[in-house]
Design a protein around this ligand. Structure first.
Ligand code: KG4
Ligand code: ZN
Length: 351
């Protein structure tokens, strides 16, 4: 079954073709990062308008790359949420219009389920069950995954998401949006041990996270350095390293707890922050001691992309799930309300 996947939840237009027998055939991405950089963050209306411009040309591009035509597509999957409502509507409208014209099924997919399943596109995918750490710009969650749609939320951030904390730290250090990769690059030049930042919520039991205290601690450190005329390039790098180490340690400690609590030997990390090298290394070291394995997607499939939506949609469309005539766009949508494969998908939808 050949599925066209469409991702437009935020500031990347992602399109891919995934075949249930042959795997990923083509994928293409247009990032709007440069357009939003002047504003220091994503401007929703500009994002929607650019998805309108880029989406159909990208669909043609992946079909050309795969040597296929629109008539070869058996089904369409698009991101139905969570995300920016205008941006979601563009993907949903194009997906429904194409599916109507081609007379094929169409399905709205949960963006975080897409991230969660992205490591399945790799040569050695994880087997179920596993524990998943979802770390993106909007979410930080630990989830126990028994199968597709069988999700138990173990813990989540009570305030900022991990990616958001990276982005805000970048702003404090005068780095551009999106900040995660830039903070990580600056931290490479940092002096280990010059600053030590707190590891929030690691001194009490539980699997919830909090990153706003760490953000405030970072801001205070930046302000103190500025007040003493010491915000040199080296100090900025030292602060970036102290922040990254604290954020990574916090995530690693909670992941270890989740593996112990669930007795599960497999950890999946997904979402933009899972591209972070220090996080991957920290989790690998921890997992070895726990006799567990860590799974993640290649870096371009950690951040937003069409391939993860095509894959997740393919699994659900093959199980017979599809939308009715209505475009689905759900800005906030808890992932543990999703049905398992085989159940009616409308049962879990928040309108
Ligand atoms: O999953 P994603 O592309 O979009 C959302 O669904 O939010 O995640 C984007 C987030 C941003 O906050 C970005 O700064 C962060 O992922 N990110 C990183 C890295 N690459 C992306 N954070 C830390 N280190 C990275 N290498
Ligand atoms: Zn995402």
């Amino acid at each position: 079954m050949l599925i066209l996947g469409i991702e437009t939840s935020c500031d990347e237009t992602g399109v891919a073709l995934y075949d249930s027998e042959e795997g990923l055939l083509a994928d293409a991405l247009f990032s709007q990062v440069d357009m939003h950089a002047d504003y220091g963050g994503v401007v929703p209306e500009l994002a929607s308008r650019d998805h309108v411009r880029k989406l159909l040309p990208l669909c043609d591009q992946v079909l050309n790359e795969a040597g296929l035509t629109r008539h070869d597509i058996d089904g369409i999957a698009y991101t139905a949420g969570p995300g920016l409502i205008g941006a979601l509507m563009v993907g949903g409208a194009v997906a429904h219009a194409l599916a109507f014209a081609l007379d094929i099924p169409v399905l709205g997919v949960h963006h975080m389920e897409g991230h969660l399943l992205a490591p399945m596109l790799e040569p050695e995918p994880p087997a179920f069950p596993f524990v998943a750490l979802l770390v993106s710009g909007g979410h930080t969650q630990l989830v126990e995954v028994a199968g597709i749609g069988e999700y138990v939320l173990l813990g989540e951030s009570v305030d900022d998401a991990a990616g958001e904390a990276f982005d805000k730290t970048a702003k404090m250090l005068g780095l551009d949006y999106p900040g995660g990769p830039r903070v990580a690059a600056l931290a490479e030049k940092g002096t280990p041990g010059r600053f030590r930042f707190p590891r929030p919520m690691t001194d009490r039991p539980g699997l919830d996270f909090s990153f706003s205290g760490l953000k405030t601690y970072t801001l205070n450190t930046v302000n103190e350095a500025r007040a003493t005329d010491d915000l040199s390039d080296q100090t900025r790098a030292d602060i970036a390293l102290a922040f990254e180490s604290a954020a990574v340690d916090t995530l690693v400690i909670k992941c270890r707890r989740a593996l112990v609590q669930t007795q599960c030997p497999r950890l999946v990390i997904a979402g933009g922050v899972s591209a972070n090298k220090r996080l991957r290394a920290g989790l690998e070291t921890m997992a070895r001691k726990q006799q567990a394995s860590v799974f993640y997607a290649r870096p371009e499939f950690c951040t937003d992309n069409g391939a993860m939506i095509a894959y997740a949609g393919c699994q659900r469309l093959r199980a017979g799930q599809r939308d009715g005539d209505r475009i689905i766009a759900v800005p906030r949508w808890p992932m543990d309300t999703l049905p398992a494969i085989g159940e009616s998908r409308l049962a879990g939808l928040v309108d």
